[in-house]
Design a protein around this ligand. Structure first.
Ligand SMILES: [Zn+2]
Length: 352
Protein backbone atom coordinates (compact mmCIF):
# COMPACT_ATOMS: atom_id res chain seq x y z
CA UNK A 1 0.00 0.00 0.00
CA UNK A 2 1.29 3.40 -0.95
CA UNK A 3 0.49 6.12 1.49
CA UNK A 4 0.71 9.45 -0.27
CA UNK A 5 -1.04 11.45 2.45
CA UNK A 6 0.73 14.45 3.91
CA UNK A 7 -0.10 16.59 6.89
CA UNK A 8 -0.75 19.63 4.70
CA UNK A 9 -2.83 17.80 2.13
CA UNK A 10 -5.97 19.48 0.75
CA UNK A 11 -8.96 17.20 0.35
CA UNK A 12 -12.02 18.39 -1.54
CA UNK A 13 -15.11 16.36 -0.71
CA UNK A 14 -18.44 18.25 -0.69
CA UNK A 15 -19.25 19.35 2.85
CA UNK A 16 -22.75 19.70 4.25
CA UNK A 17 -22.25 21.51 7.54
CA UNK A 18 -24.50 21.40 10.58
CA UNK A 19 -24.21 25.01 11.72
CA UNK A 20 -23.34 28.47 10.46
CA UNK A 21 -24.32 31.92 11.69
CA UNK A 22 -24.10 33.81 8.39
CA UNK A 23 -27.59 35.29 8.79
CA UNK A 24 -27.10 36.97 12.17
CA UNK A 25 -23.59 38.02 11.16
CA UNK A 26 -24.90 39.65 7.97
CA UNK A 27 -27.65 41.46 9.89
CA UNK A 28 -25.05 42.69 12.35
CA UNK A 29 -23.04 44.14 9.47
CA UNK A 30 -26.04 45.90 8.04
CA UNK A 31 -29.21 44.70 6.38
CA UNK A 32 -28.94 46.75 3.20
CA UNK A 33 -27.08 44.95 0.45
CA UNK A 34 -26.19 41.99 2.68
CA UNK A 35 -27.26 39.46 0.06
CA UNK A 36 -25.15 41.19 -2.61
CA UNK A 37 -22.07 41.12 -0.37
CA UNK A 38 -22.57 37.45 0.50
CA UNK A 39 -23.06 36.37 -3.11
CA UNK A 40 -20.29 38.55 -4.51
CA UNK A 41 -17.72 38.02 -1.76
CA UNK A 42 -17.37 39.48 1.75
CA UNK A 43 -14.04 38.74 3.39
CA UNK A 44 -15.27 40.14 6.74
CA UNK A 45 -17.10 36.84 7.09
CA UNK A 46 -15.93 33.25 7.52
CA UNK A 47 -18.25 32.23 4.68
CA UNK A 48 -19.31 33.93 1.47
CA UNK A 49 -20.47 32.19 -1.66
CA UNK A 50 -17.24 32.39 -3.73
CA UNK A 51 -15.11 31.03 -0.86
CA UNK A 52 -17.74 28.41 0.03
CA UNK A 53 -17.33 27.06 -3.49
CA UNK A 54 -13.57 27.17 -3.27
CA UNK A 55 -13.57 25.39 0.10
CA UNK A 56 -16.00 22.66 -0.91
CA UNK A 57 -18.84 23.87 1.33
CA UNK A 58 -21.85 22.58 -0.59
CA UNK A 59 -24.50 23.52 1.95
CA UNK A 60 -25.62 23.41 5.54
CA UNK A 61 -27.92 24.55 8.28
CA UNK A 62 -28.20 28.35 8.26
CA UNK A 63 -29.18 29.44 11.75
CA UNK A 64 -31.38 32.29 12.82
CA UNK A 65 -29.89 33.60 16.06
CA UNK A 66 -31.59 36.39 17.99
CA UNK A 67 -29.63 38.57 20.37
CA UNK A 68 -30.67 40.09 23.68
CA UNK A 69 -30.30 43.76 24.48
CA UNK A 70 -27.47 42.96 26.92
CA UNK A 71 -25.07 40.05 27.55
CA UNK A 72 -24.85 40.62 31.29
CA UNK A 73 -25.27 37.48 33.41
CA UNK A 74 -27.69 37.46 36.33
CA UNK A 75 -26.88 36.26 39.86
CA UNK A 76 -27.29 32.59 38.77
CA UNK A 77 -24.83 33.07 35.93
CA UNK A 78 -27.61 32.99 33.30
CA UNK A 79 -27.51 35.22 30.23
CA UNK A 80 -30.55 37.52 29.87
CA UNK A 81 -33.76 36.44 28.18
CA UNK A 82 -34.81 37.94 24.85
CA UNK A 83 -38.01 39.92 24.77
CA UNK A 84 -40.59 38.22 22.54
CA UNK A 85 -41.38 41.02 20.09
CA UNK A 86 -37.68 41.64 19.51
CA UNK A 87 -37.19 37.93 18.82
CA UNK A 88 -40.06 37.90 16.32
CA UNK A 89 -38.63 40.93 14.52
CA UNK A 90 -35.11 39.48 14.37
CA UNK A 91 -36.35 36.05 13.28
CA UNK A 92 -38.47 37.44 10.46
CA UNK A 93 -35.62 39.72 9.32
CA UNK A 94 -33.12 36.84 9.13
CA UNK A 95 -35.59 34.45 7.50
CA UNK A 96 -36.31 37.15 4.94
CA UNK A 97 -32.59 37.63 4.33
CA UNK A 98 -32.29 33.91 3.56
CA UNK A 99 -35.06 34.37 0.99
CA UNK A 100 -33.38 37.45 -0.48
CA UNK A 101 -30.11 35.57 -0.93
CA UNK A 102 -31.93 32.78 -2.75
CA UNK A 103 -33.92 35.21 -4.91
CA UNK A 104 -30.86 37.17 -6.00
CA UNK A 105 -28.60 34.14 -6.51
CA UNK A 106 -29.88 33.10 -9.96
CA UNK A 107 -29.91 29.50 -8.84
CA UNK A 108 -26.58 29.54 -7.01
CA UNK A 109 -28.24 29.31 -3.56
CA UNK A 110 -31.23 27.15 -2.63
CA UNK A 111 -33.42 26.84 0.45
CA UNK A 112 -34.05 23.12 0.81
CA UNK A 113 -36.86 21.42 2.73
CA UNK A 114 -36.09 17.78 1.94
CA UNK A 115 -33.03 15.60 1.48
CA UNK A 116 -33.99 15.13 -2.18
CA UNK A 117 -33.81 18.92 -2.62
CA UNK A 118 -30.44 19.03 -0.86
CA UNK A 119 -29.05 16.32 -3.16
CA UNK A 120 -30.38 18.09 -6.26
CA UNK A 121 -28.95 21.44 -5.18
CA UNK A 122 -25.53 19.92 -4.47
CA UNK A 123 -25.55 18.08 -7.81
CA UNK A 124 -26.35 21.38 -9.55
CA UNK A 125 -23.62 23.29 -7.74
CA UNK A 126 -26.19 25.36 -5.85
CA UNK A 127 -25.51 26.04 -2.14
CA UNK A 128 -27.98 23.78 -0.28
CA UNK A 129 -29.19 25.77 2.71
CA UNK A 130 -31.61 24.59 5.38
CA UNK A 131 -33.56 27.11 7.47
CA UNK A 132 -32.71 26.53 11.15
CA UNK A 133 -33.43 28.53 14.32
CA UNK A 134 -31.30 28.28 17.47
CA UNK A 135 -33.37 29.52 20.40
CA UNK A 136 -37.06 29.82 19.54
CA UNK A 137 -37.81 32.96 21.58
CA UNK A 138 -40.04 34.13 18.72
CA UNK A 139 -42.64 31.55 19.75
CA UNK A 140 -45.16 32.02 22.53
CA UNK A 141 -46.72 29.13 24.46
CA UNK A 142 -49.44 28.84 21.75
CA UNK A 143 -46.69 27.85 19.25
CA UNK A 144 -48.66 29.49 16.42
CA UNK A 145 -45.56 30.95 14.80
CA UNK A 146 -43.97 27.48 14.52
CA UNK A 147 -46.69 26.51 12.04
CA UNK A 148 -46.06 29.67 10.01
CA UNK A 149 -42.27 29.24 10.08
CA UNK A 150 -42.61 25.59 9.07
CA UNK A 151 -44.70 26.66 6.09
CA UNK A 152 -41.90 29.13 5.30
CA UNK A 153 -39.35 26.31 5.16
CA UNK A 154 -38.21 25.83 8.77
CA UNK A 155 -37.07 22.21 9.14
CA UNK A 156 -34.85 22.26 12.23
CA UNK A 157 -34.69 24.17 15.50
CA UNK A 158 -32.92 24.28 18.83
CA UNK A 159 -35.46 25.01 21.59
CA UNK A 160 -32.88 27.20 23.33
CA UNK A 161 -29.67 29.08 22.85
CA UNK A 162 -27.43 29.27 25.96
CA UNK A 163 -29.96 31.18 28.07
CA UNK A 164 -33.36 30.44 29.59
CA UNK A 165 -36.60 30.91 27.67
CA UNK A 166 -40.21 29.76 28.16
CA UNK A 167 -39.40 26.29 26.81
CA UNK A 168 -36.22 25.23 28.57
CA UNK A 169 -32.96 26.30 30.10
CA UNK A 170 -30.06 26.80 27.73
CA UNK A 171 -26.72 25.67 29.10
CA UNK A 172 -24.53 28.57 30.30
CA UNK A 173 -20.97 28.71 28.90
CA UNK A 174 -18.74 27.22 31.62
CA UNK A 175 -15.38 25.56 31.18
CA UNK A 176 -14.60 22.83 33.70
CA UNK A 177 -18.29 22.26 34.41
CA UNK A 178 -20.65 19.56 33.19
CA UNK A 179 -23.81 20.59 31.28
CA UNK A 180 -25.82 19.67 34.38
CA UNK A 181 -26.84 23.27 35.15
CA UNK A 182 -30.46 24.27 35.75
CA UNK A 183 -33.89 22.69 35.19
CA UNK A 184 -35.24 20.82 32.14
CA UNK A 185 -38.20 21.36 29.80
CA UNK A 186 -41.19 23.42 30.92
CA UNK A 187 -44.76 22.38 30.04
CA UNK A 188 -44.57 24.70 27.02
CA UNK A 189 -41.27 23.00 26.15
CA UNK A 190 -42.97 19.60 26.13
CA UNK A 191 -45.67 20.99 23.82
CA UNK A 192 -42.92 22.31 21.54
CA UNK A 193 -41.22 18.91 21.31
CA UNK A 194 -44.54 17.19 20.54
CA UNK A 195 -45.24 19.74 17.77
CA UNK A 196 -41.74 19.33 16.30
CA UNK A 197 -42.25 15.56 16.23
CA UNK A 198 -45.64 16.03 14.52
CA UNK A 199 -44.24 18.42 11.89
CA UNK A 200 -40.99 16.38 11.59
CA UNK A 201 -38.86 19.37 12.54
CA UNK A 202 -35.40 18.22 13.63
CA UNK A 203 -34.61 19.09 17.27
CA UNK A 204 -31.09 20.35 17.90
CA UNK A 205 -29.72 19.66 21.39
CA UNK A 206 -26.46 21.61 21.15
CA UNK A 207 -27.39 24.40 23.58
CA UNK A 208 -29.55 22.29 25.93
CA UNK A 209 -28.48 21.69 29.50
CA UNK A 210 -28.30 18.11 30.77
CA UNK A 211 -31.84 18.01 32.25
CA UNK A 212 -33.36 19.33 29.03
CA UNK A 213 -31.34 16.89 26.93
CA UNK A 214 -32.72 13.92 28.86
CA UNK A 215 -36.28 15.27 28.93
CA UNK A 216 -36.16 15.41 25.13
CA UNK A 217 -34.44 12.02 24.89
CA UNK A 218 -37.28 10.48 26.90
CA UNK A 219 -40.14 11.95 24.87
CA UNK A 220 -38.93 12.64 21.31
CA UNK A 221 -39.43 10.03 18.59
CA UNK A 222 -36.69 11.22 16.23
CA UNK A 223 -32.88 10.80 16.31
CA UNK A 224 -31.03 12.89 18.91
CA UNK A 225 -28.80 15.47 17.23
CA UNK A 226 -26.22 17.88 18.64
CA UNK A 227 -25.45 19.92 15.53
CA UNK A 228 -22.39 21.83 16.78
CA UNK A 229 -20.82 20.36 19.93
CA UNK A 230 -17.66 18.45 20.84
CA UNK A 231 -16.59 15.70 23.24
CA UNK A 232 -16.74 16.68 26.92
CA UNK A 233 -14.17 13.97 27.65
CA UNK A 234 -11.59 15.84 25.53
CA UNK A 235 -12.63 19.42 26.37
CA UNK A 236 -14.67 19.64 29.59
CA UNK A 237 -16.89 22.55 28.58
CA UNK A 238 -20.59 22.73 29.48
CA UNK A 239 -21.43 23.13 25.76
CA UNK A 240 -19.92 19.74 24.91
CA UNK A 241 -21.58 16.33 24.97
CA UNK A 242 -20.93 13.92 27.82
CA UNK A 243 -20.24 10.24 27.18
CA UNK A 244 -23.77 9.33 28.32
CA UNK A 245 -25.24 11.87 25.91
CA UNK A 246 -23.04 10.53 23.09
CA UNK A 247 -24.27 7.00 23.79
CA UNK A 248 -27.89 8.23 23.50
CA UNK A 249 -27.09 10.04 20.24
CA UNK A 250 -25.63 6.79 18.86
CA UNK A 251 -28.48 4.60 20.14
CA UNK A 252 -31.18 6.75 18.49
CA UNK A 253 -29.39 6.91 15.12
CA UNK A 254 -28.50 10.54 15.77
CA UNK A 255 -25.50 12.72 14.99
CA UNK A 256 -22.95 15.02 16.57
CA UNK A 257 -21.36 17.77 14.46
CA UNK A 258 -17.81 18.90 15.26
CA UNK A 259 -17.76 22.54 16.43
CA UNK A 260 -14.69 24.47 15.20
CA UNK A 261 -14.80 26.98 18.10
CA UNK A 262 -11.44 26.93 19.89
CA UNK A 263 -13.03 27.24 23.35
CA UNK A 264 -15.01 24.05 22.76
CA UNK A 265 -11.93 22.22 21.43
CA UNK A 266 -9.01 23.15 23.68
CA UNK A 267 -8.51 20.67 26.58
CA UNK A 268 -7.76 23.58 28.94
CA UNK A 269 -10.50 25.76 27.48
CA UNK A 270 -8.06 28.33 26.08
CA UNK A 271 -9.16 30.74 23.35
CA UNK A 272 -6.09 29.66 21.37
CA UNK A 273 -6.28 31.10 17.86
CA UNK A 274 -3.23 29.01 16.88
CA UNK A 275 -4.97 25.78 17.91
CA UNK A 276 -3.65 22.92 15.80
CA UNK A 277 -5.78 20.84 13.46
CA UNK A 278 -4.54 17.76 15.30
CA UNK A 279 -6.77 18.77 18.21
CA UNK A 280 -9.80 18.82 15.92
CA UNK A 281 -8.76 15.38 14.68
CA UNK A 282 -8.52 14.25 18.32
CA UNK A 283 -12.17 15.21 18.94
CA UNK A 284 -13.25 13.43 15.76
CA UNK A 285 -11.26 10.34 16.82
CA UNK A 286 -12.93 10.35 20.22
CA UNK A 287 -16.42 10.90 18.81
CA UNK A 288 -15.99 8.19 16.17
CA UNK A 289 -14.70 5.78 18.80
CA UNK A 290 -17.69 6.49 21.05
CA UNK A 291 -20.62 6.81 18.59
CA UNK A 292 -19.30 5.14 15.44
CA UNK A 293 -18.33 6.47 12.02
CA UNK A 294 -22.00 6.79 10.94
CA UNK A 295 -22.91 9.37 13.60
CA UNK A 296 -20.25 12.09 13.33
CA UNK A 297 -20.45 15.12 11.06
CA UNK A 298 -19.29 18.71 10.97
CA UNK A 299 -20.97 21.66 12.70
CA UNK A 300 -18.47 24.43 12.06
CA UNK A 301 -20.18 27.38 13.80
CA UNK A 302 -18.58 29.57 11.10
CA UNK A 303 -19.42 33.26 11.60
CA UNK A 304 -20.57 32.52 15.14
CA UNK A 305 -17.48 31.64 17.15
CA UNK A 306 -13.73 32.14 17.46
CA UNK A 307 -11.97 29.78 15.07
CA UNK A 308 -8.28 28.84 14.82
CA UNK A 309 -6.10 30.53 12.20
CA UNK A 310 -5.19 26.99 11.10
CA UNK A 311 -8.74 26.81 9.72
CA UNK A 312 -9.00 30.55 9.00
CA UNK A 313 -12.23 30.60 7.05
CA UNK A 314 -14.46 28.27 5.04
CA UNK A 315 -11.57 27.34 2.73
CA UNK A 316 -9.94 25.70 5.78
CA UNK A 317 -12.36 22.79 5.31
CA UNK A 318 -9.91 21.50 2.69
CA UNK A 319 -7.13 21.45 5.31
CA UNK A 320 -9.33 19.83 7.98
CA UNK A 321 -10.33 17.01 5.63
CA UNK A 322 -6.67 16.74 4.64
CA UNK A 323 -5.64 16.40 8.29
CA UNK A 324 -8.29 13.73 8.83
CA UNK A 325 -7.07 11.79 5.78
CA UNK A 326 -3.47 12.09 6.92
CA UNK A 327 -4.46 10.59 10.26
CA UNK A 328 -6.04 7.54 8.60
CA UNK A 329 -9.62 8.30 7.51
CA UNK A 330 -10.21 6.84 4.04
CA UNK A 331 -12.48 8.34 1.36
CA UNK A 332 -15.51 6.37 2.54
CA UNK A 333 -15.12 7.60 6.11
CA UNK A 334 -14.41 11.18 5.00
CA UNK A 335 -17.49 11.22 2.77
CA UNK A 336 -19.63 10.17 5.73
CA UNK A 337 -18.15 12.86 7.96
CA UNK A 338 -18.23 15.55 5.27
CA UNK A 339 -21.89 15.14 4.23
CA UNK A 340 -23.16 11.56 4.15
CA UNK A 341 -24.06 11.30 7.81
CA UNK A 342 -25.86 14.64 7.86
CA UNK A 343 -28.00 13.70 4.86
CA UNK A 344 -28.75 10.31 6.42
CA UNK A 345 -29.86 11.71 9.78
CA UNK A 346 -32.02 14.36 8.10
CA UNK A 347 -33.63 11.59 6.06
CA UNK A 348 -34.29 9.57 9.21
CA UNK A 349 -35.85 12.67 10.80
CA UNK A 350 -37.83 14.14 7.90
CA UNK A 351 -38.61 10.96 5.96
CA UNK A 352 -37.99 10.58 2.25
ZN1 LIG B 1 -24.83 27.81 18.65
Amino acid sequence: MTDTSRADELVNIPVFDGHNDILSRMMHEGRDGAETRFLGGNTNMDIDLPRARHGGLAGGLCAVYVSAASREQDANGDLPRVERQSAVDQTIAQAALLRRIEAQSEGAFSICTSVAEIRTAIANGSFASVFHIEGIEAAGPDLDIIHVLHAAGLRTLGPVWSRPNIFAHGVPFRFGHSPDIGPGLTEAGRDLIRLCNRLKIMIDLSHMNDAGFWDIARMSDVPLVASHSNAFAVCPHSRNATDRQLDAIRDTGGLIGLNFGVKFLHPEGRADTELDLSLMVRHVDYLVERVGIDHVGLGSDFDGTLISKKIGDVTGLLRLLGALRASGYDDEALTKIAHGNWLAVLERTWGE
